[in-house]
Design a protein around this ligand. Structure first.
Ligand code: JFZ
Length: 436
């Protein structure tokens, strides 16, 4: 629904140029790691397991009592993220289950009171910063553990009847939850130094839903900006009618057809988040892992449409990236090692460069280089339609070896009319390994 955005209201006094400046590192870096980690790593069958299986907080309590990620080493995580080419990471400080990976004055439902007895968020922040990565916090607006959080249509104990809702919610006070959520966000943005990204999740206004009034979204955003003026915020607070209450949109688990714009045609900042295997939390038995080419395709395609990719890892209950995640990250790193100049600082190619068959285009406006990503390696000749006079030199990226090119030919278009002005690249028959 982002294409229907018609933002008019404003909360702050920031110009478009100032916003561009604030988001400059993020649009340059393009590639980050999402980390979904919580008690749900123990059942290891989806981060919504409490909801999917309609578990009560009592039934869920056993996971809290045995949570003990003894192999947790965030420096190792940071190194794997870095080796994959990722430049920032966003950790679930609390997911919908309500369990906090951080120490909090406002609840005992934290990692401090599990057998690990550690502020896992603090260790994450320190380790990732030390490795030179930017850090972000995911914080769930939804909370299936807090006693004042009312049962709604996304709740494990949801029902079909208005009367039952009323019965279950008797005595619950969302105003208290609202205060709790604000207090915790304040803790997160006060106790851990500079935080680069805040990812609040998520709103579902309407009948038996929750939105801006439930969260106190406006006050919350104002507090966030005051505590961390440079922070970048996502768009799930149900404040779409405001121009500046959010920074980027978050299309999730699907491909955007083109660079998303608002109703006035202004290009939006955007970041897609994607999983390796389907679920966000560690899911032991999931057999739907994407292969390397699909993962690289997600990254390249995002950049080719002016966006970022936040790619998720769900660590295990012992605090490790499981081996499937590790090898996927390593494979992306093998490609990024040679091809990252086609990602960092890159964006959608200018219109004068026509689409190329079975290829995605990225472009670096500073160096005026066009990157042609060959998703389906062609036989010998790659046709660049209408590129005559626009290309000075062509080379592979992985080894800087020249690719010979010819000008002056053309191609027959769909209507069988001959179009002049193409460039043809003479590629080697055998695809080099580092080409996607
Ligand atoms: C949410 C979470 O429920 C999920 O567990 C995960 O954390 C993911 C990143 O975010 O899922 C959503 C939230 C919003 C939409 C879709 C899935 N949405 O707006 O389409």
């Amino acid at each position: 629904s982002f294409t229907r955005l018609n933002a008019q209201k404003k909360l702050f006094n920031e110009s478009a140029a100032q916003k561009k400046e604030r988001l400059a590192w993020w649009t340059y870096d393009r590639f980050g790691m999402f980390i979904h980690w919580g008690l749900y790593a123990l059942p290891a069958r989806h981060e919504w397991v409490k909801n999917r299986e309609r578990l009560t907080s009592d039934q869920y309590q056993k996971y809290f009592e045995i949570f003990n990620p003894d192999l947790y080493n965030p420096t190792e995580w940071a190194r794997m993220a870095k080796a994959a080419g990722m430049k920032y990471a966003v950790l679930t400080t609390k997911h919908h289950e309500g369990f906090c990976l951080f120490d909090s004055k406002y609840t005992d439902y934290t990692a401090m009171n599990t057998p690990i007895h550690k502020d896992l968020v603090k260790e994450f922040v320190d380790a990732f910063k030390a490795e030179g990565l930017k850090v972000g916090f995911y914080y769930s607006l939804i909370d299936w553990h807090h006693p004042d959080f009312t049962v709604d249509r996304n709740h494990p104990q949801r029902t079909n009847s208005d009367e039952e809702y009323e019965k279950m919610n008797k005595g619950k006070d969302m105003a208290k939850y609202r205060e709790y959520l604000k207090n915790q966000v304040r803790e997160l943005l006060t106790n851990y130094g500079k935080i680069d990204i805040l990812w609040l999740d998520f709103s579902y206004p309407g009948k038996h839903g929750k939105g801006k009034d439930d969260w106190g979204s406006i006050e919350l955003v104002k507090m966030v900006r005051k505590l961390q003026p440079g922070i970048i915020i996502n768009d799930r607070l149900d404040l779409k009618e405001y121009d500046d209450a959010w920074d980027f949109i978050t299309p999730e688990q699907y491909k955007v057809p083109a660079w998303p714009t608002d109703a006035n045609g202004n290009k939006l900042y955007w970041e897609t988040c994607q999983t390796f295997s389907g679920s966000w939390g560690y899911y032991r038995d999931e057999n739907t892992w994407k292969d390397t080419k699909q993962l690289l395709g997600l990254l390249i395609e995002s950049v080719s449409k002016g966006g970022n990719l936040l790619l998720n890892v769900g660590p295990t209950a012992r605090g490790m990236f499981d081996e499937r995640a590790q090898s996927a990250l390593a494979a992306m790193g093998d490609w990024m090692k040679f091809n990252s100049p086609s990602i960092y600082g890159c964006t959608q190619a200018p219109d004068k460069f026509n689409k190329v068959d079975n290829a995605l285009l990225t472009y670096n406006p500073k160096t005026n280089r066009l990157y042609v990503h060959l998703l389906d390696y062609p036989l010998n000749l790659l046709n660049l339609p209408g590129y005559k006079g626009k290309v000075k030199y062509a080379q592979f990226l992985h080894d800087n070896s020249e690719i010979k090119m010819t000008e002056g030919s053309g191609h027959w278009d769909k209507n069988s009319s001959y179009q002049e002005g193409d460039v043809k690249l003479l590629l080697p028959v055998q695809k080099p390994n580092q080409v996607i």
